[in-house]
Design a protein around this ligand. Structure first.
Ligand code: HEM
Length: 222
């Protein structure tokens, strides 16, 4: 008896559903972090304070998010493991079989870009969620000064460089992940599949560039 489904279709389905959920989180997260660029630190702190005001509900959402991460990583590792077992010798040279195969740098490196993102998220959450609690007061209301922490972290060029590098990995991961998730959810259609594929490229570019702008902007202008 195992907690995980045996069939590879079910594992891919779980991976796809959690991947789309995480993509939605990343889109929302980028939108809220763009508040760092308004020029008024209060905008960002007011928003994060509003989120913290959800108290136990926020904790439930965070636990749900953590569960999505765990199921996404677990199912990805199992699909990868199944593939290794089915093809123990491996191929020494990967060559794209053309438009229908979609073998690209990003599809071949999903497991590696995924592991980099896992290490990043652990470091990132320790830095910000569990980092120093600076305090500020806005309109008489005391709250956490997360803006100050973000500026402090991105005043270090090593952190900025690491963030920029990881966002390139995020883009590579999303480029293939978006398209692949839709395929796993049964969205394959000769006419629409090229559209999903292009959609994946656009989603990857917008999110990676959006997240790159933030640390670079903070480093140079805040
Ligand atoms: C420049 C880019 C980013 C900035 C400035 C940023 C900022 C932050 C901050 C300030 C927090 C703490 C908020 C809180 O305590 O509720 C946070 C939490 C988090 N971030 Fe980011 N983030 C960035 C990029 C990313 C990326 C690319 C990912 C995922 C791939 C990510 C995943 C998370 C997660 C999972 C949390 C924990 C959420 C929670 O506990 O509510 N972040 N981020």
């Amino acid at each position: 008896m195992t907690l995980w489904p045996r069939s590879s279709v079910a594992k891919k389905f779980l991976n796809a559903v959690t991947g789309i959920g995480l993509l939605l989180f990343v889109i929302v997260h980028l939108s809220e972090n763009l508040l760092l660029l308004t020029g008024n630190p209060d905008d960002y702190n007011r928003w994060t304070h509003f989120l913290f005001s959800f108290g136990p509900l926020l904790t439930v959402i965070e636990l749900g998010l953590a569960a999505f991460f765990l199921v996404h990583i677990g199912s990805a590792l199992m699909v990868y493991w199944d593939k290794l077992k089915a093809r123990p010798s491996g191929y020494s040279v990967y060559r794209s079989a053309g438009w229908t195969s979609r073998q690209t740098l990003s599809s071949q490196t999903m497991i590696y870009t995924g592991l980099v993102l896992l290490a990043f998220v652990i470091w990132h959450v320790i830095t910000f969620r569990f980092g120093p609690h600076y305090e500020t007061v806005i309109d008489g209301v005391p709250m956490r000064d997360l803006h100050k922490l973000v500026v402090e972290v991105f005043s270090n060029p090593v952190n900025v460089a690491l963030y920029v590098a990881v966002m390139v990995f995020l883009g590579l991961h999303l480029r293939h992940g978006f398209w692949s998730a839709l395929q796993s959810l049964g969205a394959y259609h000769p006419r629409w599949t090229p559209l999903w594929y292009t959609g994946g490229v656009l989603v990857a570019l917008v999110l990676a560039l959006g997240f790159i702008v933030i640390p670079v902007w903070v480093y140079y202008y805040l």
